[in-house]
Design a protein around this ligand. Sequence first.
Ligand code: GLC
Length: 454
Amino acid sequence: MSYSIELSKIEAITRNLVLTNDQLEKVASLLLNEFNEGLGKQTHPSASVKMFPTYVRDVPNGRGKYEEGKFLALDLGGTNFRVLLIDINGDAFHMENEIYAIPQEIMLGTGEQLFDHIASCLSQFVEKRNMKNCRLPLGFTFSFPCIQEGLIRARLVQWTKGFKCAGVEGRDVVQLLRDAIKRRSDVDIDVMAVVNDTTGTLMSCAHKNRECRVGLIVGTGTNACYMETLDNVELWNEEIDDPRQVIVNTEWGAFGDNGVLDFIRTKWDEEIDVNSLNPGKQLFEKMISGMYMGELCRVILADLTRRGLIFEGEGSEKLFTPWGFKTAYISFIESDSKHSYTETRKALEELDLTNVSNEDCEALKLVSARVSTRAAYLVSAAVATILNKIRRPHTTVGVDGSVYRYHPHFHDLMERKIADLVHPEYKFDLMLSEDGSGRGAALVAAVAVRQPTR
Ligand code: GLC
């Protein structure tokens, strides 16, 4: 059958993924509104964007404010779990880390199974280094929405991303970690701090760069935190003392959960949401982050195939299998230069699509570019909202996460779009964090060791 692709049709069908500056400005102003609702005492309970105050009040600039020496860090939140040993010596960090897979049955099992697994990885880690008898201070990066009730108390509000372990929501995750460690009784730890990955990223970048006040993650999930003045944080229950500031974890992934983003959501976003672990939740995150970006492409390609516009209207079994298209493929596809399809064809091979035309490849490139550009623009609108809110002449945004790190154009797209949306007086730069989740948690722990009370 001779088959002619109608690229212009595909272009028209996917045009609703292209966001104009007007739309992005509206997104930014809606988000500012949600930020204020989250920060206000009266409005917080029903707010979608929760703006949780952390107990981290200062950034580690200057020597002598934190302890030096060896620290452990645990990092839970993406697809893997990591244990790190970090040696802080002034500005120098020495780091060793080990990655442990978390099987899906644990991600969807019980809280006890999850924390037992974490404790067992920790025990293997210290055993391997002959450190079983050392009691090291530990920083725990737990990258889910939590109500912090102190530097070492964090109550999980709800699971996000790929996790859904029974019996953890509403509980203090540090206590659950301690309980699991007690059950094994072969390691000894001293938890000094529990932080979100955004806070870790901010702290880790601030250690190097004095202007860093925002921590951003665009990885499996997306979220940001920033340094807010205490006067704006109505939920702050402690004394208003110096420094009159605290890091606020926005949890902006939940932006749109009350319907305010429906004007830009597409039927494909709806499809992703309905088939996710947490329908109706984290709608902003589902338009942006690595956990969903590949699936979004797949859903669109499957739709275009069903309409007979690509892959000879047939596709492959894998193309119609949920979660079969990895987000990493998008980075490969986007690294092909104009009219070159080497990486694009490799990605298609992974989907068992081998007999494809150049037009099919063009279509895939168009869809990937539109999906990832929309993601970069939405994150940019959200970053601009923070920069316009904190009104600093110059702010460094510390960034981490696989999408930002590996997508070939994400950084440039963001830089340009934030500049379009931010007030010209507020200058900014985006700084790639060097392993914010791990180092940041150790740094917060190192500051805490020095504090007389916590
Ligand atoms: C999800 C989590 C959030 C985390 C983000 C990035 O949005 O709810 O806490 O910071 O993913 O990992």
